[in-house]
Design a binder for this molecule. Structure first.
Ligand code: GAL
Length: 356
């Protein structure tokens, strides 16, 4: 009953985001969709969802993956401009490297939506479709806080901090949200970072690369945790979490006598959800990318038709040139207790996807 009310509400939200029904003509023009990489499941799923959603609304799409090569992504966007795209939806690789190419888009009056990641240092980005990125960090850190019993005064515990890619604006929002929860415990000594690496610049992970995180974790364990247990690791993204966990396992964690630290994550990638089910990774933050793809398509359709898209944030995302009006969706913390309800019952994954 409760679930049917929730899904009825969800339908209302989806319908109001997408407008009721598609447009009759099958070719209202071309939409350029430039995403950062196909090496992470989420972008592949979202690319497909967006193409389908734009098709439903009457548009053709040119979907391209930059494969984490900044120049390649710029060339892809240039080609979309040359093809007279009616709209660009861009999940950037490096959010600060698109200033020139977007000046070209502006000359041709092509509207631009920053998708998931903010595009910085340009006036030529119209809207931003994303999740509440600060809340992602709050959820990750709150999970650590509650699992360790910090509010109840337990501790001291050891923790190490990881952040995302330094060229992705989201990395700072995730980290700031997490630090809002963790900082008081670091200051009171209930949480101790033995490496001393607490400034975001010291803990970033270029291109969100799990191998880089694994190397850093291995070094931290060797330098600071010989003979001392590590209790928690703040990790911003599942690919990074898996790198961290494999370094921990290599160093001897993951046995009944030496349990793994609490490791957080983000994106609910199947490989990490499987680890949550088996008790290896503790938590991830799920972002329902189906809804983000729908929101972006609906915003784009409104813009092409000269209407104002639905937004719900006009304050948070200063791109260095202007505040970009945004539509923010809510992230959800997922762990062993709720993964089935949030990920499987919602139809996001099949039980088979998760090996259950
Ligand atoms: C971020 C995104 C995260 C994660 C990460 C690595 O920009 O918000 O959800 O996907 O990139 O791809």
């Amino acid at each position: 009953m409760v679930r049917s009310i929730i899904s009825a509400l969800a339908m209302v939200v989806v319908l109001s985001l997408t407008g009721c029904g598609g447009h009759a003509d099958s070719s209202s023009g071309l939409v350029g969709i430039a995403l950062p990489t196909s090496s992470s499941d989420r972008w592949v799923v979202e690319g497909k969802s967006m193409v389908a959603e734009f098709k439903r609304l009457g548009y053709d799409s040119d979907l391209q993956y930059g494969e984490n090569d900044i120049e390649a992504q710029i060339a892809q966007i240039e080609k979309m401009i040359d093809q007279d795209a009616k709209l660009l939806v861009i999940g950037s690789i490096d959010g600060s490297k698109l200033t020139e190419v977007l000046a070209k888009a502006a000359q041709r009056k092509i509207p631009v939506i920053a998708y998931d990641r903010l595009i910085r240092d340009t006036p030529n980005v119209d809207y931003y479709a994303t999740f509440d990125n600060y809340m992602v960090g709050v959820l990750q850190a709150s999970f650590i806080e509650s699992r360790l019993g910090l509010q109840a005064g337990k501790g001291p515990f050891t923790i190490e901090l990881f952040a995302g890619s330094p060229d992705d604006n989201n990395a700072y929002f995730f980290f700031d949200g997490a630090m809002a929860i963790l900082r008081p415990y670091l200051e009171s000594g209930r949480l101790v970072v033995r490496s001393g690496e607490t400034a975001v610049k010291r803990v970033t992970t270029m291109r969100w690369d799990g191998e880089i995180a694994k190397t850093r974790m291995t070094g931290l364990l060797a330098a600071h945790y010989r003979g001392t247990r590590l209790d928690a690791v703040l990790s911003p993204y599942d690919g990074i979490s898996r790198g961290i966990i494999s370094a921990l396992q290599f160093a001897g964690y993951g046995t009944p006598a030496r349990r793994l630290p609490i490791v957080t994550g983000q994106d609910a990638e199947p490989a990490s959800v499987k680890q949550i089910i088996s008790g290896t990774q503790a938590e991830t933050v799920f972002k329902d990318t189906r809804l983000l793809a729908q929101a972006a398509a609906s915003m784009g359709d409104s813009m092409i038709r000269g209407q104002k898209p639905t937004i719900n944030d006009t304050l948070s995302y200063d791109n260095g040139t202007k505040i970009v009006p945004a539509y923010l969706l809510a992230p959800v913390s997922v762990d062993q207790s709720n993964y089935r309800q949030i990920l499987v019952d919602s139809g996001y994954y099949s039980a088979g996807d998760l090996g259950i």
